[in-house]
Each structure stands twice: as C-alpha cells, then as structure tokens.
Design a protein around this ligand. Structure first.
Ligand code: CUA
Length: 323
C-alpha cells in the first residue's frame, strides 16, 4: 500500500457501507452536499465577478433602470422551492423506511447504563459491549436505559437512536457484510461517555448459530421471565378469574381501561403496568397491584415481558427457533 492508502485505511473519510440502508442514506447525504456546493460556488463566483467588474474606477455602465424583474424573481423563488420539496419528499420516504422495521426481524434487547451496553438474545445469551449478529438477517433492537439518555450508534449501518430511561425505542438494520464494526454511545451521558464503546460482529449465519450455541448456557429470556414471575408470585392474582387480569393471550391484544379508553398491550404498556401499575387501570379490576420499580432491573422487566409474550402462543415460536 502507498502511504495515502495507509492513512485512508486507518482514518477513513467515510465509514464502511455495511447495511442495506447505508447506500440510501449516503445517496441523500451526497445529493445534499452536491446541491449545497453547487449554489455556494455559484454565489461566490458571481460575488467575486461583480466585485471586480463594478470596482471603483472601472469604466462600466452604472445607470439604474426601472425594469420589470418579475420573471427573474419567480425563477429564483420557484426553482429552490421545487428543489426543497424534492429533498423533503426523498428524505421523508427514507426516514419512514428507516423507522419502520420490516416483519420477521430477529429481535434483540439492549439496555444502556452508565457506561456499558447490555445485549440479550431471545435464547438467553447475553453480551456486554458486543453485538453478534448474522449477515443478511433483519435485526430489530428494542432498547431502554437503566439510568440516563444514551444513544445507540453504528456508523457503518447508518443508524443512530436515542435510548431513553422509562420507555422503549427501537432501531433496525440489515447487515450486508461480514466483519467487525464500531458501536458508539452518541449522547453525552456522564464521566465515561467516551468509553461507552463496543463492537458489532457480523457473522455468517452458520457461524452465528455456532456462536449462539456456545454462548454461556442460560435459560431463554422467556424462561428467565417465568422464573421471576414465579418468584414474585405474579400468578397469585394474574389468573383466569383472579384479582388481576389474566396474562395469557394478553400481548398485542386490545385492553379496555377504566373510563373506556382502549389501548394495545405492547411492550410499553406492559412495562408501565409493572413499574407504575396505577398509570393505567384495566376496567373491572381493583387498584391493588404494587409497583415493582425497585425490585426489577430493566433486563428483568424485558424477560418478564418476553414471558408474557410467550403466553400469547404464536409469538413464542420466534424465540424458541433461536435455541
Ligand atoms: Cu452512554 Cu454516552
């Protein structure tokens, strides 16, 4: 390698394009750069040209004529307007695609905390500051924070999403190249923010399967959730005809609340019901569930939710097939 090549490979101008969306994001970025550069150069060139042409002492016609400039003015209003609309449409389409995970994604859980990333696979394998994933699969991350706001940033995949305490955010991508990529926290989160780094390892599907099997043998997420569920005696009240709503078949169903409002029993709803049970009261049930805020970590809340999800039949197969 020549020395410029060595410098570029050590300090690349641009991160790898390693996800299905990377090229689309870059195309928009370069288009914006090109349009901005075009107009900046045009304006500066005219500025310099007129400054020289009409400099003091130059022998030029300086008479001001009252002319109708409507056509010219309309041109410089309408053309930039159309360009702005085109950019808006393009970027909005891309944004919605980047925010909407396609179905049948491999779902992983991420918990951010000062100062590490804790990741859990559905079969129970956990890792810290590392994310192992198979190439070609759509990966969806469900993320929350144990303390302050963090941000999960993988430059090579062109994805970055804030990770907030008290709620779930999601991020998805489809890795297209086997390799190792940087993982950063992109939200200032305290003393060791700069050390909140990790790596993403994209593997061949067969290597990934092997890696999953060799991972520290643990019970699956839903099995861990079931243990917690037993330990906390959730089933004492949550059973058919019990003092609390039956949890079988609850996930993704519609729940009618006191006062008539209907909500979907998604992750956020289940999390709120565990952490802040008085936030939403199911119609026909007493206000008696205690909060589990101090008894459960975010990982454990995720496990219980995974268990409740597994009680809704079909959802279970995705988690099981990972094992
Ligand atoms: Cu976590 Cu910065």
């Amino acid at each position: 390698m020549t020395s410029p090549e060595i410098i570029l490979s050590t300090f690349p101008l641009f991160p790898d394009q390693a996800s299905a969306s990377a090229q689309r994001v870059d195309a928009l970025y370069f288009a914006l750069l090109a349009i901005s550069a075009f107009f900046a150069i045009l304006i500066f060139a005219l500025l310099i040209y007129f400054a020289l042409r009409y400099r003091r002492g130059a022998n030029v016609d300086r008479v001001i004529r009252r002319t109708d400039y409507l056509k010219l003015e309309m041109t410089w209003i309408v053309i930039p307007l159309l360009i702005s609309f085109a950019i808006f449409g393009w970027a909005a389409k891309l944004y919605f695609d980047l925010k909407t995970p396609p179905g049948s994604a491999l779902e992983l859980y991420v918990v951010g905390k000062q100062w590490m990333w804790k990741i859990q696979h559905p079969n129970g394998v956990r890792e810290i500051d590392e994310l192992h994933i198979p190439v070609g699969r759509t990966i969806k991350l469900t993320m929350t924070s144990q303390d302050v706001i963090h941000s999960f940033f993988i430059p090579a995949f062109r994805v970055k999403q804030d990770v907030l305490p008290g709620r779930y955010t999601t991020e998805w991508f489809q890795p297209t190249k086997v390799g190792e990529y940087h993982l950063f926290c992109a939200e200032y989160c305290g003393t060791s923010h700069s050390g909140m780094l990790g790596k993403v390892v994209v593997m061949d599907p067969s290597d990934y399967e092997r890696w999953l099997r060799e991972g520290v043998a643990r019970e699956s997420m839903s099995a861990s959730g079931e243990l917690l569920y037993r330990k906390l005696s959730c089933g004492t009240c949550h059973k058919p005809g019990g003092r609390g709503p039956d949890l079988a078949g609850l996930f993704s169903s519609q729940v009618k609340l006191e006062g008539g409002e209907v909500v979907t029993a998604d992750r956020d709803y289940l999390r709120e019901s565990i952490i802040n049970p008085m936030g939403k009261i199911v119609q026909g049930y007493p206000r008696m569930m205690p909060t589990y805020r101090t008894q459960l970590t975010e990982d454990q809340v995720n496990e219980i939710i995974e268990y409740i999800k597994s009680m809704s039949g079909g959802q279970q197969t995705a988690a099981r097939s990972m094992e």
